[in-house]
Write a protein that binds this ligand. Structure first.
Ligand code: PMT
Length: 325
């Protein structure tokens, strides 16, 4: 039962030695390998976008689980801008979270059926004002799929996520500095090892429930040092206390030695982010803020998205980094 106090901190190696891989891992990795071989030949830059939140199941036959905040908006939106910038995209996302292109027709904000009109003849028409936008989104979607530029894969639990990230980053390592990691997923910090999971639904008759969880290993470190060295790694830091954003981002850069942390405050994340980077020669950090007017529109008259600025800046920095690598 998860109420016993037997917790410990796992290193990444101990984690993978004791926690079982997801059953679809081999199949997922084979598909990524094919994608990598293809884009190794095309010479394109490749980005792995992680998106959405991971869960932590409390039971083996899962009825209850803990979840991490993220609708997947950041990742899905960013994937579209990376495609526009010519990157081949692996979109590793939480099952049923937002996805590139279909995100424009989310059931909660813009239900697809409401855009359609049923004619007396039985034909279906798209409302006039929605038509041109749909044509544009559909064309970009079809192009991404048919050109083999977008490959999607899913995770649900933090265990799925960790196994997938390790396997995919080992596959991508062959592309060296052409790979960019864009780690926007919200990953659980604590988990329950399989060995301590209750097999069946935890019963409620015994009063309050105490759960002691173990810390999820910080896998950015082995990823940067061992699994995919020579790649350009961008992680995110989400905070609710704005005063913590810069110090936490700086600590993350120092600890993992990667290229950029993008800090975002929960309530401002759609309009304001900060890039924090560190000069490895002297350890000095630089902060660059990106802010936009929440009511701004883009060149096509649609609401402007801060991901447009984020990706433009990352492409610029990735290219500059490739030049000196
Ligand atoms: O999807 P939206 O609703 O638009 O929300 C987007 C977002 C706010 C979730 C996104 O912009 C964001 O900030 N994502 C990261 C949230 C966060 O702080 O995650 P974290 O604390 O779990 O991890 C920080 C970084 O370390 C992440 O890049 C993560 O990939 C990495 N990490 C985390 C845990 C772990 N064990 N190993 C890791 O490498």
């Amino acid at each position: 039962m998860p109420s016993e106090s037997t917790s410990s901190n796992f290193s990444a190696d101990e984690y993978f030695a004791t926690q079982p891989p997801p059953p679809t891992l081999e199949h997922d990795v084979a598909a990524v390998r094919e994608f990598v071989v293809h884009h190794s030949a095309t010479g394109r830059k490749v980005v792995l976008v992680t998106s959405g939140g991971t869960t932590v199941p409390l039971e083996l036959n899962v009825v209850r689980f803990l979840d991490n905040f993220s609708a997947g908006t950041r990742g899905a939106t960013s994937a579209e801008y990376f495609l526009s910038a010519g990157y081949a995209v692996i979109f590793m996302h939480r099952q049923f979270s937002l996805q590139p292109f279909s995100r424009h027709y989310s059931h909660s904000t813009n239900p697809f059926l409401d855009l359609l009109e049923l004619e007396p003849s039985g034909n279906i028409e798209v409302h006039g004002k929605s038509r041109s936008e749909l044509v544009e989104v559909l064309a970009a979607y079809k192009n991404a799929r048919e050109s083999g530029m977008l490959h999607s894969m899913t995770f649900v639990t933090v265990n799925d996520y960790l196994w997938l990230l390790r396997a995919v980053s080992k596959e991508l390592a062959v592309l060296h500095n052409r790979v960019l990691y864009y780690l926007a997923a919200a990953v659980s910090d604590f988990f329950l090892p399989r060995q301590r999971l209750s097999e069946h639904k935890i019963q409620s008759g015994k009063g309050s429930l105490l759960i002691e969880m173990d810390q999820v290993p910080k896998i950015l470190k082995p990823m940067v040092d061992e699994w995919s060295p020579n790649s350009f790694v961008v992680s995110f830091k989400l905070e609710t206390d704005p005063a913590l954003l810069i110090p936490k981002a700086q600590a993350s850069l120092e600890r993992y030695g990667h290229q950029i942390v993008i800090g975002n405050d929960l309530h401002q994340r759609k309009f304001q982010v900060v890039f924090v980077s560190r000069d490895p020669r002297n350890g000095t950090t630089t902060e660059t803020w990106f802010r936009m007017d929440p009511h701004a529109v883009d060149e096509r008259g649609r609401p402007r998205e801060i991901e447009q600025d984020i990706i433009a800046e990352l492409v610029r920095r990735h290219d500059a980094w490739i030049q000196v690598k």
